[in-house]
Design a protein around this ligand. Structure first.
Ligand SMILES: [Zn+2]
Length: 158
């Protein structure tokens, strides 16, 4: 019978097959699928960022996603990961302009500085959205702190 390896073994393998980059990401150097690092855990192929989060925090609640703050799918630094709903993940991808091509038209990728700029930008949200080529709902989310909340804490990082 296939059995998942112990947490200690899995953690050691994650560490051995990843490298810390100057940006602070711990990047997976093994196999990947759609850009996400994957590793055989003895029973299943696991996405390594999910596995890393689980080893640090315990089981991932059903229906929840493990999302990347750093937008680097190969990264498994738990400080760069957060638990989100599918809806949050989709919104995050919209803001980052990472959706499939047909949907991405007119959705610019924002830099962290632009997000900070949007947060304090005066005037109607419709105008701000047009200026940055993003959805008005994304402006609302940024201004209301629903997304990109981490930017408040990591100023000067990266
Ligand atoms: Zn990262």
């Amino acid at each position: 019978m296939m059995r998942r390896r112990s947490d200690e073994i899995l953690a050691a393998r994650l560490a051995a097959r990843s490298e810390l980059t100057p940006s602070g990401c711990r990047e997976w150097r093994g196999h990947d699928n759609h850009g996400y690092g994957i590793m055989w855990d003895g029973a299943l192929n696991q996405r390594v960022h999910r596995l890393a989060w689980e080893l640090a925090n315990g089981p991932i609640p059903a229906e929840m996603k493990i999302c990347h703050r750093c937008d680097n799918r190969r990264c498994l630094n738990v400080d760069h990961l957060f638990l989100g709903t599918q809806a949050q993940n989709m919104l995050d991808m919209t803001i980052k302009g990472r959706r499939t091509q047909g949907e991405s038209h007119g959705r610019a990728k924002l830099t962290e500085n632009q997000v900070r700029e949007i947060r304090v930008a005066p005037g109607p949200q419709r105008a701000i959205a047009a200026r940055f080529d993003i959805a008005q709902s994304a402006v609302w989310e940024i201004k209301n702190g629903q997304r990109w909340r981490h930017l408040a804490f990591d100023k000067g990082e990266k």
